[in-house]
Design a protein around this ligand. Structure first.
Ligand SMILES: Nc1ncnc2c1ncn2[C@@H]1O[C@H](COP(=O)(O)OP(=O)(O)OP(=O)(O)O)[C@@H](O)[C@H]1O
Ligand SMILES: [Mg+2]
Length: 378
């Protein structure tokens, strides 16, 4: 059990800077998830922590010790890669004990550790089998088990579930979370999957082109994104953005005017906002409403109707919006492509962004978020 601290870490390949001034504090026993678009440097950062890549500048601490120049095997770190290769000619026991044998551990020690890990991962009855006689999920557990037997203090997983089908992913997701809680190890987990990030993480780190955009608890990022990038990245389908102008402003609220001239106050910090500014209003598809219940309405032409059974997603074209506005309505709705459709906005669900993407801090207190603690931490 160990903390991981990155101080102003940069990683460049030749002259190309990939990871940029990364400052992170990961506490002992925390499960931290890295998310971000493809190519933003998630794997690179993980490999820097593992010691598979050299850090170009800055400091990496694992526990109290500076690790920049410590070789990978001495860092107490175990990594599970996205494309895990098991040795096809070895059975599970030998696959899992391979590293310990190389490290010349005692036979009795190896035996204890492999059986302990196999027990946790429910692989004991399969130890004699070869990888080809296993399901995808079982193989994945072997790959995790292989890393676990080395008893890392810090566990790094790079999209470990991306090869699995949907049902297995759900199952393995909860298995990994339980395992992490049980072992109490520090874990850094990279994923593309929104649900994995939201459900597994104590803390999510959103990376944008190699820089940390925001770090926070899942619901903090969902309700209080600090910029448009995080707002658009967290949540699926994505947040809707539309252009508004500012009609009035006070310290703790801002009056926005939609393209259809409807205006309403929203409760965000107004100190940095000026009357007449063009800004971007954000609202999540699940927070749009039936038009009658709302503070303001927008009208668009229906482009796509997706009937998913439990809900209907309607994509509407609106001149002032950056992309089709998506409305997620509970249940099925009687809507046809091509028709005009009205949906409602509620003021307390809205986000407001400056033209440079920085959010005005929302002052509405969402349930499930310790608002005061969040502000105190900033
Ligand atoms: N060995 C290397 N030499 C040069 N450039 C590299 C090297 N490894 C990675 N890169 C570049 O660094 C950037 C970040 O790559 P990285 O693999 O960390 O992204 P990622 O966030 O893990 O993406 P993905 O979600 O697709 O796995 C990419 O632009 C990639 O091309
Ligand atoms: Mg990657």
């Amino acid at each position: 059990m160990t903390s991981v601290t990155l101080k102003n870490v940069c990683k460049a390949y030749d002259k190309l800077l990939i990871s940029k001034n990364v400052d992170l504090e990961i506490k002992e026993g925390e499960l931290v998830v890295f998310v971000g678009p493809s190519g933003c440097g998630k794997s690179t950062l993980l490999r820097c922590i593992a010691g598979l890549e050299e850090i170009t500048s800055g400091d990496l601490y694992i526990g109290e010790e500076r690790m920049n120049d410590v070789e990978p095997s001495k860092r107490g770190v175990g990594m599970v890669f996205q494309s895990y290769a098991l040795y096809p000619h070895l059975n599970l026991y030998d696959n899992m004990s391979f590293g310990l044998k190389l490290a010349k551990a005692k036979k009795s020690e190896i035996d204890t550790r492999v059986h302990h890990v196999a027990d946790i991962l429910q692989l004991t009855h399969l130890l004699e089998r070869q990888p080809k006689a296993l399901s995808g999920g079982q193989r994945q557990r072997v790959a995790i088990g292989r890393t676990l037997v080395s008893q890392p203090n810090v566990f790094l997983l790079d999209e470990p579930l991306s090869n699995l089908d949907a049902a297995l992913r759900v199952n393995m997701r909860s298995e990994i979370t339980k395992l992490q809680r049980k072992l109490g190890c520090t874990m850094i987990y990279v994923t593309h999957d929104q649900v994995e990030a939201m459900t597994m993480a104590d803390k999510i780190v959103v990376l944008d082109a190699g820089s940390v955009s925001q770090v926070g608890r899942p619901l903090e990022l969902y309700h209080y994104p600090i910029n448009r990038f995080v707002a658009g990245f967290i949540g699926s389908p994505k947040m809707n953005f539309m252009s508004v102008s500012i009609e009035d402003t006070e310290d703790e609220r801002v009056k926005v005017k939609l393209a259809n001239n409807e205006s309403f106050w929203i409760s965000v910090e107004g100190k940095t906002v000026n009357i007449g500014d063009r800004m971007s209003l954000g609202i999540r598809p699940e927070h749009l409403l039936n038009a009658e219940q709302a503070d303001a309405t927008i009208e668009g032409k229906v482009q796509i109707v997706e009937k998913l059974g439990n809900e209907t997603q309607i994509y509407m074209n609106l001149a002032s919006a950056d992309a089709d506005v998506i409305y997620r309505a509970a249940d099925t709705l009687d809507v046809e492509v091509g028709q005009k459709y009205n949906v409602g906005l509620t003021a307390h669900r809205c986000h407001l962004f400056h033209r440079d993407g920085i959010a005005c801090r929302r002052l509405h207190r969402e349930s499930g978020v310790d608002y005061d603690a969040m502000i105190a931490e900033k």
